[in-house]
Write a protein that binds this ligand. Structure first.
Ligand code: ADP
Ligand code: MG
Length: 297
């Protein structure tokens, strides 16, 4: 592209809230073979709310322990749990020895109790007893399976080494996600979704927006590795993400699109910032790239 056409395209983009960092991405954005979308905060609003607890009537002292342990965490799931506890009028004591285990959950000490909150695998790794799958009654396991099929994320909690509750957290799909994804697919782009969330929940959300290829239960470095794998097959790969977790993948992608309402780290690792936070802005960015390159030839 000529310097002038790049300047014009960059200016047009800025007017519609699409911030383009370099001439190179402008040249590449309309040639993408694959576009990988992060789930939470990209396809969905990223403002999850606590929807269910198992058991349904979770006693207040247990709930308060779980919420207190999550309070130092910035993760959207943690915010959902803390907000729900606060709405119930529970007061949270300060947690000690808080540790965040990226892509897994958290551990903390509250009032002398050891609390773990996160994936089932996290609790298993810590030798937690009486996990739902090992309970004699399959009711809890069934309830968790049903909530996951509805696209909700189950979070597991233990106190002093024993399972105490599962909490389901629901996030809504952004209003324009389905339409934007259909527009991208109609341009021949293979749209995929990647998430650290479990497979059942991830597939439920993906099917709501017309995505059939789901990469679930991946760590931040797995997301980047998945992109590298596609690139080694000769594909030009884009990534859209918002979280700290998405930074390695955004940097690895040929074109990294950051959701402008997301974290600074994601924005710094990306090539294009979508100020509106909507996926339709990625469609706009790709259209701008195409028209700019067409005018040059
Ligand atoms: P995503 O790719 O959807 O942004 P993450 O990689 O941040 O997901 O997290 C993956 C999974 O790890 C979550 O779905 C959840 O099960 C668990 N997890 C991570 N952090 C927390 C936390 N603070 N509280 C509870 N669960 C957590
Ligand atoms: Mg996210």
């Amino acid at each position: 592209a000529t310097p002038l056409s790049v300047t014009i395209a960059t200016g047009k983009g800025a007017q519609s809230g699409v911030l383009i960092r370099s001439a190179q991405v402008l040249e590449n954005a309309h040639k993408l073979d694959v576009l990988i979308l992060d789930k939470t905060g990209t396809v969905t609003e990223g403002k999850p709310k606590l929807s269910d607890t198992i058991p349904a009537h979770l006693d207040e002292s247990t709930f308060a322990l779980i919420a207190a342990a999550e309070d130092p965490s910035e993760h959207p799931l943690a915010r959902a749990i803390v907000d729900a506890a606060t709405e119930r009028g529970l007061s949270l004591v300060e947690a000690e020895h808080f540790t965040a285990i990226t892509g897994e959950g958290i551990s903390a000490s509250v009032n002398g109790h050891e609390v773990l909150v996160g994936k089932q695998a996290l609790l298993e790794q810590h030798g937690v007893k009486s996990l739902p799958q090992s309970l004699e009654s399959p009711e809890i396991a069934d309830a968790i399976a049903r909530l996951s099929t509805e696209g909700k994320t189950p979070v597991f909690a233990s106190v002093d080494g024993s399972f105490v509750a599962a909490l389901a957290v629901a996030d809504t799909v952004k209003a324009d996600s389905q339409e934007a994804i259909a527009a991208l697919q109609s341009q021949g782009i293979d749209v995929q979704m990647a998430t650290g969330d479990n497979d059942v929940t991830a597939r439920a959300i993906a099917s709501q927006v017309g995505i059939s290829h789901v990469i679930a239960q991946v760590s931040p470095s797995d997301k980047a590795a998945a992109i590298r794998g596609l690139q080694s097959q000769g594909k030009l790969v884009g990534m859209v993400g918002d979280g700290i977790n998405d930074a390695p993948a955004l940097a690895q992608a040929d074109v990294g699109f950051a959701i402008g309402t997301g974290t600074d780290v994601a924005i710094e690792s990306s090539d294009i910032t979508l100020m509106s936070g909507k996926l339709s802005s990625a469609v706009t960015a790709i259209a701008l790239s195409r028209s700019t390159m067409r005018n040059i030839k």
